[in-house]
Design a protein around this ligand. Structure first.
Ligand code: PMP
Length: 403
């Protein structure tokens, strides 16, 4: 059970929008931040601030310790090793790192990459770009009418040319939770590696890299109660060790001469430049926050909200939910007969309800379902059934106006 006072921990949730108390259903885009995470950022700047790693003085050691402890905290959270945690700006940068370093480092013309048709653009475009640069081909795993991945088609698309399978853990549009363990096992059987985009999973369900049996995992801090500008790439040590660096600069070197550079050890080889050490400390604080509630409890609460909202939405005749997979996360996309998603979003906003509308950076899945966009509601731990009631009443009012 989630404590009903949890909202009190999130300063922004107490504010009003157009005179109404905020109902925030845009958690798929970014979550709000608890006071402890905000305080951690302030503490970093007020008590610790100093560049990490190179300093001999007290403050530098303090911020280095916070940064490296955060790495340890992330490693524990996902079941990886400390040196396998690469701090990035977020999911997008993590995926681009693999596209640059792994694909360009190891693949050759004629090799293939598979991604699914339900991917966010950030798990499609980097592969398309890498394929173009290196003469690779790419193929998309199709999505069935209910929003599940077509596993039979996936098996047929795999071949001895497939080098990498890139798939999302949880769709940011359909809410579908993909059978990652099975997808990973199939990829490995074919001799391919697998990268999982966990942006929409990491704050909502247990994500353990060993249990899932994947090779790379990417996620963003800002979708898990942490600040923007910090994210993670986890990769298997032996792969990361073999991969060439992504960017060159300070921090990532072993030794530099005018003629030649040797690179540092993991994870620093992939972390050129001053890292976001304030962000990493705050990310550790966000993990503490989630652990204090328990990811299983967060999952159960959001599952309850998903069921409740799905039932209510299905009772409204003109509403059609896009994505009805048996395994779903707390994300609901819908369209409405005779009303544009954008108008609905604007009118909900005037009633203090924040939703997202449009293609959600996943245009191919819109094309797949023959639509231009959806209204999307997405839940976090602080949402309630009362908020869903407010939303449903508001939506009914809007639909009466938009006939
Ligand atoms: N993948 C998925 C499934 C997402 O939902 C998002 C963010 N909407 C991203 C990747 C990109 O995340 P970021 O913008 O934080 O890099």
């Amino acid at each position: 059970m989630i404590d009903r006072n949890i909202k009190e921990l999130f300063p922004i949730l107490n504010r009003t929008i157009y005179g109404k108390r905020l109902v925030y259903f845009d958690n798929g885009a970014t979550t709000q931040k608890p006071k402890q995470v905000i305080d951690r950022i302030v503490q970093s700047y007020e008590q610790e601030n100093s560049n990490v790693h190179r300093g001999v003085h007290y403050l530098s050691e303090l911020s280095t310790e916070a940064h490296e402890n955060a790495r340890k905290r992330v490693a524990e959270f996902i079941g990886g090793e400390q040196e396998e945690i690469i701090f990035t700006r977020g999911t997008t940068e993590s995926i681009n790192l693999v596209a640059r370093s792994y694909i360009e480092g190891f693949c050759k013309a004629g090799d293939e990459i598979l991604f699914s048709a339900m991917e966010h653009h950030s798990n499609m475009v980097p592969w398309q770009m890498a394929a173009e640069r290196c003469g690779l081909t790419f193929k998309a795993i199709p999505v069935k009418d209910d929003g599940t991945l077509d596993i039979d088609a996936y098996k047929k698309l795999l071949s001895d040319k497939t080098r990498l399978v890139a798939v999302t853990h949880t769709s940011n549009v359909l809410g579908t939770v993909n059978p990652i363990k099975e997808i990973a096992a199939i990829a490995h059987e074919a001799g391919a590696k697998i990268l999982v985009d966990a942006a929409q999973a990491i704050a909502h369900t247990k994500v353990n890299v060993k249990e899932l049996g994947v090779d790379f995992l990417a996620f963003s801090g800002h979708k898990m109660y942490a600040p923007t500008g910090i994210g993670v790439l986890w990769g298997k040590k032996e792969l990361l060790e073999a991969m060439p660096p992504f960017m060159g600069g300070g921090e990532m070197i072993d030794h530099v001469t005018l003629e030649h550079t040797t690179y540092g050890a993991l994870p620093y080889k992939f972390e050129a430049g001053t890292p976001n050490y304030v962000g990493s400390a705050a990310l550790a604080s966000a993990i503490d926050f989630m652990d204090s509630i328990g990811i299983e409890n967060i999952h159960a609460h959001e599952e309850m909200l998903l069921k409740y909202a799905t039932e209510k939405l299905n009772q409204i005749e003109r509403v059609h939910i896009i994505g009805n997979a048996p395994e779903k996360s707390g994300i609901i996309s819908f369209i409405v007969d005779g009303a544009h998603h954008y108008d609905i979003g604007l009118m909900l906003d005037k009633m203090g309800i924040a939703v997202r509308t449009g293609h959600h950076c996943a245009e191919p899945i819109m094309t797949r379902f023959g639509i231009s966009g959806t209204v999307r509601i997405s839940f976090a731990v602080y949402n309630t059934t009362e908020e869903i009631d407010i939303f449903i009443e508001a939506l009914k009012k809007i639909l009466n106006l938009l006939r």
